[in-house]
Ligand binder design. Structure first.
Ligand code: ADP
Length: 418
């Protein structure tokens, strides 16, 4: 051990002026004083700096000096390192309590600058103060244990109250988001409905491809409204899933029609992406009892991701088959793939791998990252149906394009209704 290390003193003190005074006085005596401003920092520093002495202000906030001392006394490597209480003498018995907690002695505050270096050296030299009689000692010991248990009780109560507060705030937050989601849904449906009404009117001039024509402009409004609606649905669904309030309206549904409608809607949103879709095996599937709107959203999120993370000219293959009372759906792409360590995390809410600077509100642009809710919502909806979702990929490689394959299992709990 070097000379430097042998002369380190740890001072646990939350009052900066006391810390500065002690540091100055002891620096002049050749000691290096390292200050910890709270109990947790003291425990951490004591492990690292190998002090020759620890000075402890007993009245620090949080874990107090008594508790920190008792904890430090259980550290093997501090065995033999004196801990000295430095505190304004307040109550009778403070000295004894400090000794019971594990201190070697007590230096009253305010410190006497002339005597202080001598007192410190005496403790480093092995000075150990004692409590009067054994009876007195055991009395203080009982009192100290009782005090520790009381403090523990207070802390547990505080934690419980904080936990209840957090739950209340969490509920307020999710109530608000659910309410806001519902409020946004209604006008969006109205706007979308009116755009469809306008588009069905032959008197509206131009056509979808005639950029700038009234018909083209209305189609753009319709597409943007649809996109906004998907975002609102994701936010609403994630809040319902979090609050365990996702209620399913189960009806018999043809997965073939559902998948086809997702694919048609996605391709119509960005026809320039030149992606090739293959949809296979759905003709042979029985109808399934699912929440059609929600399952649509789950499929939409997975398939639109396949689109987003596959460069132009790629292939998206969606298959369905029945395997032992379960429908097995796969969504496979020829895109950038997913690294092994990300395969679980991408289902966490707000988890986005892409640089948020590249964030793009388009649901179909290449690597146009979204809010990081898509897969969380898909998983929540699929779980609510008693199903499973996971991903396989050989890894992420933007040159080799290993692709990803998302698997969805959906139980066929009842005999399929035709
Ligand atoms: P976002 O709304 O950002 O797309 P998601 O929850 O849908 O969020 O997806 C989370 C992350 O998972 C994405 O940011 C992306 O990095 C990754 N990811 C999802 N699907 C694919 C895929 N088919 N290929 C490659 N990466 C994907």
């Amino acid at each position: 051990m070097g000379e430097e290390e042998r002369r380190r003193i740890l001072y646990v003190e939350d009052d900066p002026s006391s810390a500065m005074l002690v540091r100055r006085v002891l620096a002049a005596e050749g000691f290096d004083v390292i200050v910890a401003t709270d109990g947790m920092a003291a425990l951490e520093l004591a492990q690292r700096i190998e002090p020759v002495l620890i000075l402890m202000d007993m009245n620090i906030s949080g874990m107090d000096g008594y508790e920190v001392t008792t904890r430090l006394r259980s550290f093997e490597h501090l065995h033999g390192v004196p801990i000295v209480a430095v505190t304004a003498a307040a109550l009778r018995g403070d000295r004894e309590r400090a000794l019971i907690a594990g201190c070697s002695g007590y230096i009253p505050k305010p410190i006497d600058i002339d005597r202080f270096p001598g007192q410190v050296r005496a403790f480093i030299g092995g000075l150990q103060e004692e409590i009067g009689s054994p009876e007195e000692k055991s009395e203080y010991l009982v009192e100290y244990s009782r005090r520790l248990v009381e403090r523990l009780e207070d802390k547990v109560r505080e934690l419980q109250e904080a936990h209840q507060d957090l739950q209340r705030i969490e509920k307020m937050k999710s109530d608000f988001v659910i309410l806001a989601g519902h409020e946004l849904r209604t006008p969006l449906t109205v706007i979308y409905g009116y755009t469809q009404l306008l588009l069905s009117n032959p008197a509206i001039p131009g056509d979808d491809n005639d950029v700038g024509s009234p018909r083209h402009l209305i189609s753009q409004v319709a597409a943007a409204t649809k996109r906004l609606n998907q975002v609102v649905e994701d936010i609403l669904n994630v809040s319902l899933i979090d609050a365990d309030r996702l209620e399913l309206k189960l009806v018999p549904v043809s997965l073939e029609l559902l998948v086809q409608s997702v694919v048609n809607n996605i391709t119509s949103m960005d026809p320039d992406r030149r992606l090739h879709f293959e949809v296979e095996g759905f003709g042979d599937l029985p109808q399934v009892r699912i929440d059609s709107q929600r399952f649509y959203q789950a499929l939409w999120n997975v398939i639109s991701n396949a689109v987003k993370y596959t460069p132009d000219g790629g292939v998206i293959r969606v298959t369905g088959q029945v395997v032992e009372y379960t429908v097995h759906l796969t969504v496979q792409d020829t895109g950038i793939g997913i690294a092994p360590e990300e395969r679980e995390r991408i289902f966490d809410r707000f988890y986005v791998l892409e640089d948020t600077a590249l964030h793009c509100s388009s649901k179909t642009a290449f690597k146009g990252g979204g809010l990081g809710l898509g897969l969380t919502v898909a998983r929540g909806i699929i779980h609510a149906h008693g199903g499973k979702i996971w991903v396989d990929s050989e890894g992420r490689d933007e040159e080799q394009l290993p692709g990803s394959i998302f698997h969805i299992l959906l139980p066929l709990s009842e005999p399929a209704s035709e």
